[in-house]
Each structure stands twice: as C-alpha cells, then as structure tokens.
Design a protein around this ligand. Structure first.
Ligand SMILES: Cc1cc2nc3c(=O)[nH]c(=O)nc-3n(C[C@H](O)[C@H](O)[C@H](O)COP(=O)(O)OP(=O)(O)OC[C@H]3O[C@@H](n4cnc5c(N)ncnc54)[C@H](O)[C@@H]3O)c2cc1C
Length: 352
C-alpha cells in the first residue's frame, strides 16, 4: 500500500497533523494503539491565557489562540460535534500576595482578567479568604471527543492502523519509509511520552511529568465555569467534573496513587462545601520538554523521519498552530519557527 506519510500516534498531535495534511490533499496512514490513559485522554482540555503565581501571559498565546479557535471550529463543522466550550475561570486567590498581583495585572491584561466577580454568590459553595478573580477568553476543548471522532473519520477513509507501531518492522532510507506493507515518503512520530524511547529522538531533552486526576459527581456545582485554587475543578463528560492535577517529574510508575487521592480529597474538603462522589482516578504522563518549547520538524541526519511532540501541559493551545506550521513545511517548504524546530538540537541529534 502506498501513502504520502505515516504518522505514529493519534493523540492531539497525530489528530491535528493528519487533519492538516489531509486538508492539503495528502494521503496519510495513522498508526495508533488504543490506549485509554494517554495524556490526551485524561487532560481537562483547558486553554488558559494568563497563568502562574506571577499571573503572566503564556508564550505566544494571542497567536496560538487565534489558530486554535479557528481550527477547532473547522473541526466542529467537519465532524458535527461541539469541541469548544468557552467557560471562564474563577480563580480563588490562595493568598493576599496572589490577589494583589492579579489586581495589579488587570489593567495590563484587560482582555483576559476581571476583578468584578460577585464573591457573595460563591460563599455557600466554596471556602475562601482572599477573593476571586476572573479569567476570560479561557475555554475547555473536548479533546477526547475530538480524538474519538477523528479516529472514526480516519477509519472510514481506510487511514487508521490500530496497533502498536514496531520499529523492528520499519525500514527507513533517505527518501522512503516502509512499514510492513506500507510505503511512504516520510514518517512522523506523534507518539507523546513514548518519544523518550524512540531511537531517533530519545536524545531530545524531554522533561516528562506525571499527572493524576479524579473524576467526580458534584450535582449542585454550577457548570460553565472552571474553578481554580491550586486544584482545578473543570466540567467533564456525563455531567461530571474533572479534578486535578499533580505535576511529578520523578515517578516510579504511571499508575494512580493513594497519596494523590488522599491529598486531593483533603484539599477538596477544605475548599468545596458541596457533597461529591469520586467515580474515577486516572494518571498519565505529559510529554513536556526542558525548554518548554515543542519538538517540531525533521531529524537533521534522517530527513525522512519527523517529530511532532513536546507539548507539555499546553497541548490544546499549541498543537493546532504547530500542526498547521508543520503541514505547511511539509507541503510547501515553509519555515518552522526556530524556537520549536528540532534543528535547534542538531548537535545532540547528530551524535552517534
Ligand atoms: C493530567 C493531565 C492534564 C492535562 N491538562 C491539560 C490541559 O488542561 N490543557 C492542555 O492544553 N493540556 C493538558 N495536558 C497536556 C495534553 O494532554 C498534552 O499536551 C497533549 O495531549 C499531548 O498530545 P500528544 O498527541 O503529543 O500525546 P498523547 O496524547 O500521549 O498521544 C500519543 C499517542 O501516541 C500513541 N502511541 C505512542 N506510542 C505508540 C506506538 N509505539 N504505537 C502506536 N501508538 C503509539 C499513544 O497511544 C497515543 O494515542 C494535560 C496532561 C495531563 C497528563
């Protein structure tokens, strides 16, 4: 079977890249094993333009948001489902210092921050001492639904091979890639945290981190907001809520832990005044990088082998922008932004 490109992995990266390449008239075969606990299956899907203790705008957020919104809207139309939920964040300040920084930043980031939240309306629902700020232009992207619906689309186009990709069965030359009975011009790895054990890209400075989440029923909590106080409570499927998450840079396994569950439930009981029932507890690994920038582009020594990875905790905002850029690079030789292009690691990747 002949195709233009083989894509390994159908998380958010493989989904958006295959979408962009097919939109450009290219043929792709996506190879993905079905794994229910990938980063893209357990992520809350939040895009938050202003974050952190210092309340600063995320890297490139204005450009990323424009492309993300237009791409997800295109996909909504194409797939006939709702992917974008424009829900604001209610940020419960953890201390007076955070409240003061947030208030100071508000005039500068007037498009994103609000300090006029009606706090009394939340006194019956949460315990809080330092007030509430609002973050707007935030949204939840239902990336589980997007990945599921895109998978159906790939299957109906005979473009999905549901299996674990086996490097042993792949032959790569300068201008041709053969995997089992499939021949392609190039192969692009969108394999998330598995990228760290990919022989072509294992030298890249990944900084994988584990994140755990709880899924809960909280019948009396209004939906249409994301609540944040160190912990994040975000609306989830089936009228449930997503509660998380942890960031662990050293971890022995990728399984849910009792430690996380106990700590999170303790935090929740101190914050939320409403009854809740935990229904699930999941863990996964974020494919983050040391310099917090994505890995995009082709191997300097093996030009038929590409990578689209390293989205860390910001996949929902970054993936559409860089998928578009990588597809334009592949089809029209347009440049990849140097901050994201893996050419910045040419020296490391060229070592034997
Ligand atoms: C707890 C948690 C919370 C998060 N919250 C957010 C959030 O709110 N907002 C946000 O923007 N981001 C969030 N993220 C990050 C986001 O999930 C990631 O940036 C994004 O999903 C990464 O997409 P990916 O396609 O690179 O990787 P993945 O989603 O991991 O997809 C990789 C795919 O490759 C497949 N694969 C790997 N190896 C092989 C192989 N050998 N053969 C076949 N298939 C293979 C896997 O099965 C998988 O389908 C969160 C992550 C976690 C863990």
């Amino acid at each position: 079977m002949q195709t233009d490109y083989i894509i390994v992995g159908q998380g958010l990266c493989g989904t958006l890249l295959s979408y962009e390449l097919m939109k450009a008239g290219k043929q792709v075969i996506v190879i993905d094993e079905s794994n229910p606990f990938t980063a893209g299956k357990v992520a809350s899907g939040l895009i938050n333009p202003v974050t952190g203790k210092r309340v600063v705008k995320s890297w490139m957020i204005d450009n990323l948001l424009t492309t993300a919104i237009s791409t997800y809207k295109e996909l909504e139309t194409r797939l006939g489902v709702t992917i974008i939920h424009p829900w604001d964040i209610l940020e419960f300040h953890p201390d007076a210092q955070h409240r003061d920084i947030f208030t100071e930043r508000t005039p500068q980031y007037a498009a994103y921050l609000r300090i006029d939240i009606e706090e009394n309306a939340w006194k019956e629902t949460f315990n809080f001492n330092y007030g509430i700020g609002g973050v707007t232009q935030t949204m939840i992207i239902n990336i589980r639904l997007l990945q599921d619906e895109w998978r159906k689309n790939l299957i109906s186009n005979d473009s999905l091979l549901e299996e674990r990709f086996d490097m042993e069965q792949c032959t790569i030359t300068t201008n041709k890639v053969t995997y089992k009975n499939i021949s392609a011009e190039r192969i692009i790895f969108c394999d998330g945290s598995a990228g760290l054990s990919n022989p072509y890209f294992a030298r890249l400075p990944f900084a994988l981190n584990k994140g755990e989440v709880l899924i809960a029923e909280i019948p009396d909590l209004p939906r249409h907001y994301v609540y944040k106080n160190g912990l994040k409570i975000a609306p989830w499927e089936d009228d449930k809520f997503w509660i998380g998450s942890s960031f662990e840079w050293t971890f022995e396994n990728t399984l849910p832990s009792t430690k996380f569950r106990e700590k999170t439930e303790w935090q929740l009981r101190n914050w939320l005044k409403l009854p809740y029932t935990i229904t699930d507890h999941w863990a996964s690994v974020r494919p983050a990088t040391v310099d917090h920038k994505p890995f995009v582009g082709f191997h300097p020594g093996h030009t038929s082998v590409g990578i689209f990875n390293g989205m860390g905790a910001k996949g929902c905002s970054q993936v559409p922008y860089f998928a578009h850029q990588l597809a334009a690079h592949i089809t029209n030789q347009e440049p990849i932004m140097p901050d994201a292009d893996i050419q910045r690691f040419t020296r490391i990747l060229s070592k034997q």
